[in-house]
Design a protein around this ligand. Structure first.
Ligand code: F6R
Length: 613
């Protein structure tokens, strides 16, 4: 949430900052701004997307080799020009960009007001920059990096910040606590960014500061230390291999559409090297660490948010029934605050596309303190969650830039299924035949997903039918339930139509009251152990004149008789259902939102990578 970018070197900063902000825009698009220093500070900020800022600043002379930029997802204060970053201190000496939330900003603000400071915005960030200034005035002989460290020791909350000091025109100071920052090193230049993808076209030499670090940069030097003190040191550089082409739409109208279409390849990449050459065993050495003795792990707890939570729920169904190990799937945001009983016999598995979701990070930290082993299923290499984990299974989905998760979900499900087969095998629960069947099914999935793209026109027609509905229900049973939740989430976040996902049997306990002749009800009704029961639930909806849309297995006849619209997906083993069924549900959300004229890549109020709690 919020993208921050900084540059210091010999090139013109402005175009580099604007380009970086465009790459970071998926993290927040309420407003954007930049500050460039060249004798004086030029600050431009505007409510709206980066293109609005670019238009606003066009024709202005914004030159200088040092600058900072920000794209905002509003926390404190409405989206407006005034609340946009960068924020300046009262004297105009310091400019700051910030991602995070300062929790004690009210106390600081009251104190600063008593000192005579005046505030122009509603943000916690403006308080922070003035607090820096007040400490600077109180400690005039200290270096700016020292002043910022001292000030931050009193600050509670989360932040990734970059500070530009008018009186130190060759230095940028950054700091992070609970929010991400990466540094890119070029020849006589440095980049600071919320994520690697915004700078990887300029340099592949990346520094990943630790949580709680302060970073002092000149164009030729980098020094880091923990904000509590200690020695400054030169950090280690890692070379990344991210492909720049993957950051472009590649001819598609939107990142979402590209990422839906990426899925056959991303799933194949997720499987690559993880099934042995005979197709008969799962190869996940990452897991051996946790299971020298499979019976020592008494329980697996999945923690995640949003779509990743739906993949966790799927893991719960699958691992318990296939491997016979107790599993809990938990919203990370609830888990972290409910004083959970966990110990060294628990394995906590964090699922996260970004690896930076604040609540998931906090849940992992808590579980770690209490002695649980930590495994993560993650997409972004070098992100915080893998760094907190003892081992990570990388999803290998490639960058996901559309705010709504698509290929991350299907690769999460793929990774969960691989993990489940590994566990079931260790537990001696799989016959060779069953294991081969599951692995064969997995290997066929990329092709089945490709086949599911043929449903596009049919799904687009259904989107026309539902686009004006006031509310839509998504119902499924068993493994179909997390799929229903995911379908509802995708639809509501992109189309802004109210949508709810429920276990189909729960409908009678309340949601049925929503059904009338204008209510579409999407059933995940593929062949499986609960198919008959789903047909009965469909009857109940039909009796109330609801519009039935059924996702069914190819060749289905009985659901077809009941449904107003049937979408036939290739018949698959139940464990693979979420992957194949996700495709028409993603397309349904995509088409419905497009018909309503919404931006599918950057839906209202949302941002990717939720780095504040
Ligand atoms: C929905 C979506 C979100 C994320 C959630 C967790 O389409 O993208 O619900 O799944 O914010 O994000 P990660 O997986 O990055 O932890």
């Amino acid at each position: 949430m919020c993208g921050i970018i900084g540059y210091l070197g010999t090139r013109e900063a402005y175009p580099l900052l604007i380009k970086g902000l465009k790459r970071l825009e998926y993290r927040g698009y309420d407003s954007a701004g930049i500050a460039v220093l060249n004798g004086s500070l030029s600050v431009y900020k505007k409510m709206g997307k980066v293109a609005v800022l670019e238009h606003y600043a066009s024709g202005e002379k914004v030159d200088g080799n040092i600058g900072i930029g920000h794209t905002r997802w509003a926390t404190h204060g409405i989206p407006s020009d005034l609340n946009s970053h960068p924020h300046l201190s009262n004297s105009g000496r310091l400019a700051i960009i910030h991602n995070g939330i300062i929790e004690n900003y009210e106390v600081l603000r009251t104190e600063l007001m008593a000192e005579g400071y005046v505030f122009h915005s509603d943000t916690d960030t403006e308080v922070l920059v003035n607090y820096f200034e007040s400490v600077l005035l109180a400690e005039p002989n200290r270096a700016i990096s020292e002043v910022i460290s001292i000030a931050l020791r009193r600050v509670t909350g989360s932040y990734a910040i970059v500070v530009l000091d008018h009186q130190n025109p060759d230095i940028l100071i950054a700091a992070r606590k609970g929010s991400p920052i990466v540094i890119g090193k070029g020849a006589g230049e440095f980049f600071i960014s919320s994520d690697v993808n915004a700078i990887v076209e300029h340099t592949r030499d990346i520094i990943y500061p630790m949580d709680g670090d302060v970073i002092a940069l000149t164009k030729n030097t980098i020094m880091v230390r923990n904000l509590e003190g200690g020695q400054w040191y030169v950090p280690e550089i890692k070379v990344v291999t991210n492909a720049v082409e993957e950051l472009e739409k590649g001819g598609y109208a939107s990142f979402m559409l590209k990422e839906i279409n990426d899925q056959p390849v991303s799933i194949a990449n997720c499987l690559a090297g993880r099934i042995d050459i005979n197709g008969s065993r799962v190869v996940l050495p990452e897991l051996d660490l946790f299971f020298p003795d499979i019976n020592a792990v008494k329980r697996i707890i999945f923690v995640a948010c949003g779509t990743s939570y739906h993949a966790s729920l799927y893991a719960g169904y699958l691992i318990e029934s296939m491997a016979g190990i107790r599993v809990q799937a938990e919203y990370a945001s609830e888990f972290r605050y409910r004083d959970p009983v966990i110990d060294g016999s628990d394995l906590v598995v964090a699922i996260s596309q970004s690896g930076e979701t604040a609540d998931t990070i906090a849940a992992v930290e808590l579980a770690k303190q209490r002695g649980a082993g930590i495994l993560s299923l993650c997409n972004v290499a070098g992100s915080s969650i893998p760094r907190l984990s003892s081992a990570t299974i990388y999803l290998q989905a490639g960058p996901e830039i559309g705010v709504a998760s698509t290929k991350a979900f299907t690769t999460q499900v793929t990774a969960v299924l691989l993990t489940t087969i590994y566990l079931a095998d260790k537990k001696g629960k799989l016959t060779e035949e069953r294991r081969k069947e599951l692995l064969g099914g997995l290997q066929a999935v990329p092709e089945l997903v490709r086949q599911a793209f043929a449903l596009n026109d049919q799904v687009a027609a259904v989107a026309k039918r539902i686009k004006d509905a006031p509310t839509i229900l998504f119902l499924g049973r068993g493994i179909g339930f997390p799929v229903a939740l995911e379908g509802a989430l995708k639809l509501k976040e992109l189309s802004y139509i109210h949508a709810e996902g429920h276990p189909a049997a729960e409908m009678k306990h309340g949601p049925i009251a929503l059904i009338d002749a204008h209510t579409p009800v999407v059933f995940i009704a593929t062949q499986g152990p609960l198919y008959e029961k789903l047909l009965s639930n469909m009857q109940e909806v039909k009796a109330r004149k609801g519009i039935i849309i059924a996702i069914v297995s190819t060749g289905d006849v009985r659901a077809k008789e009941l449904a107003d619209h049937c979408i036939e997906i290739p018949a698959v083993e139940e464990a693979l259902l979420p992957i194949v069924a996700a495709v028409p549900l993603q397309l349904l959300a995509y088409h419905t939102a497009s018909l309503l004229g919404h931006d599918v890549d950057q839906p209202r109020n949302l941002a990717k990578s939720v780095t504040v709690e």
